[in-house]
Write a protein that binds this ligand. Structure first.
Ligand SMILES: Nc1ncnc2c1ncn2[C@@H]1O[C@H](COP(=O)(O)OP(=O)(O)O)[C@@H](O)[C@H]1O
Ligand SMILES: [Mg+2]
Length: 418
């Protein structure tokens, strides 16, 4: 299989404000890494920007990924993740169950097979001369129907297989498709039979609460389609001007780590990066702190470094709206966040301990207290309405309340006034 896989691909980019892509350079497979070269024509452009710095500086010649990375983070971020890889693998090899080894295809194959409407402002092509858009269109019903067939594991017709591709360019592990709904570009995240709790509605209610406590968050809507719960999420990597795309990088890329490195990363390191490289430092740090404490309030412990992103304009970074805030199942009371909150490695899902981290996020303990207090009281007062919007049944609400949402462990020793 490996011998038939591509050895190179061209990276096309939508520069800030542009509605058409240009070739930025070429990716080349070497023994262990996927290396990048800027094209001469790109380096000669007056409006050139580094695809991301410091990993891909504007220099000529081969740029190998640094550290333990197999490919520059900004390229990895634009590729399919667990869900998309399963779809592409099934199309190309017939295999693609949950346990299939997705590493039998190379990253270059995944980059070239996924459709063009991917997250961010990069696309991958086999030609440097002409840009060929690989479309991915379909209605919500077609897409949901196709996903259900895929998850059932049967033979897929070419139509179904084509429809499924639409979600394969987006990262993440949950089933999803991309939609064009008039002027709105949406990600639709689907429920599956194996969900241990109503995951889609849980994410819906958490995102709704997030917006009510004042976080900057992608707007969402919970729908039912063909008997499945579907979460429609408005995309923030597109603008009101048709054709424009916004470059973004995950926090994993900002921190310069791979999946393994990300396990040991922390919010406090992201705070350092914000101080060094982001626009609007104080506002951003406040928002980050608020996202941390909100995740604790709603039991979202899946707040790893791919679930935070920043826009990149070639000069500075700006935090994107929050996404993928999904209350997780917990067995006992004790829980930890995926990213450490304090430089001492503290990552417990407890609000009181976050007060001790206030300084890291340029807040006084009193300001941190106010943020948390507002979140807790807003969640208490708006839970019924938010739950209604997310279509949670009474039984589902009861199951979430004080288990995932405002768990006693999260509230331990709270309110402790500074
Ligand atoms: N509203 C959005 N606009 C643009 N990109 C998004 C948005 N929400 C998520 N993404 C991107 O899509 C990826 C997958 O979405 P996510 O909600 O994290 O799915 P999963 O639950 O499978 O992890 C994210 O890592 C992020 O890169
Ligand atoms: Mg995610």
């Amino acid at each position: 299989m490996t011998s038939e896989q591509p050895g190179e691909a061209y990276v096309w980019v939508w520069l800030p404000g542009a509605t058409e892509p240009v070739v930025a350079g070429r990716l080349e497979q070497s023994a262990r890494t996927l290396d990048f070269n800027y094209g001469r024509s790109y380096l000669a452009r007056s409006d050139r920007i580094a695809l991301f710095e410091p990993e891909l500086p504007l220099v000529s010649g081969r740029i190998r990924p640094t550290g333990n990375l197999a490919v520059a983070g900004v390229i990895r971020d634009a590729g399919p993740d667990a869900w998309g890889q399963r779809i592409i693998l099934r199309r190309l090899t017939g295999a693609g169950g949950r346990d299939t080894d997705v590493d039998q295809l190379s990253l270059l194959t995944y980059l070239l097979e996924a459709p063009s409407d991917r997250i961010g402002a990069l696309d991958f092509q086999s030609s440097s001369g002409t840009y060929e858009h690989r479309p991915s269109v379909g209605t919500l019903e077609e897409m949901v129907g196709a996903t259900v067939e895929f998850l059932a594991g049967g033979q897929l017709s070419p139509d179904v297989s084509q429809a499924l591709l639409a979600g394969s360019s987006v990262g993440g592990a949950r089933p999803k498709v991309l939609l064009d709904d008039g002027g709105r570009k949406l990600i639709a995240k689907l429920s599956q039979d194996s969900d241990p709790y109503p995951v889609v509605k849980a994410e819906g209610v958490a995102m709704e609460l997030a917006s009510r406590v004042g976080l900057t968050v992608a707007p969402v809507e919970v729908r039912n389609c063909l008997g499945r719960d579907v979460l429609l999420v408005e995309r923030f990597d597109r603008t009101a001007i048709p054709g424009q795309r916004r470059l973004l990088v995950s926090a994993m890329t900002v921190l310069g780590v791979n999946e393994w490195g990300a396990i040991h990363s922390g919010y406090w390191e992201l705070a350092d990066a914000i101080r060094a490289r982001f626009s609007d430092v104080d506002v951003t740090l406040r928002e980050l702190f608020s996202r941390i404490t909100f995740n604790i309030c709603v039991g979202n412990t899946d707040d790893h470094a791919r679930n935070h992103s920043a826009f990149w304009d070639g000069g500075s970074l700006t935090l994107t709206p929050a996404y993928d805030i999904c209350p997780q199942l917990r067995s006992g009371q004790e829980a930890e966040q995926a990213l450490a909150i304090r430089p001492d490695g503290w990552r417990y899902s407890q609000l009181a301990g976050c007060l001790d981290a206030a300084k890291v996020y340029h807040l006084t303990p009193a300001e941190a207290w106010d943020i948390i207090d507002n979140q807790v009281s807003t969640i208490l007062s708006s839970w019924p309405e938010a739950a209604e919007r997310a279509r949670l049944t009474a039984a589902e609400r009861d199951a979430m309340w004080h288990t995932q949402i405002l768990n006693p462990y999260a509230l331990y020793d709270w309110p402790r006034r500074p």
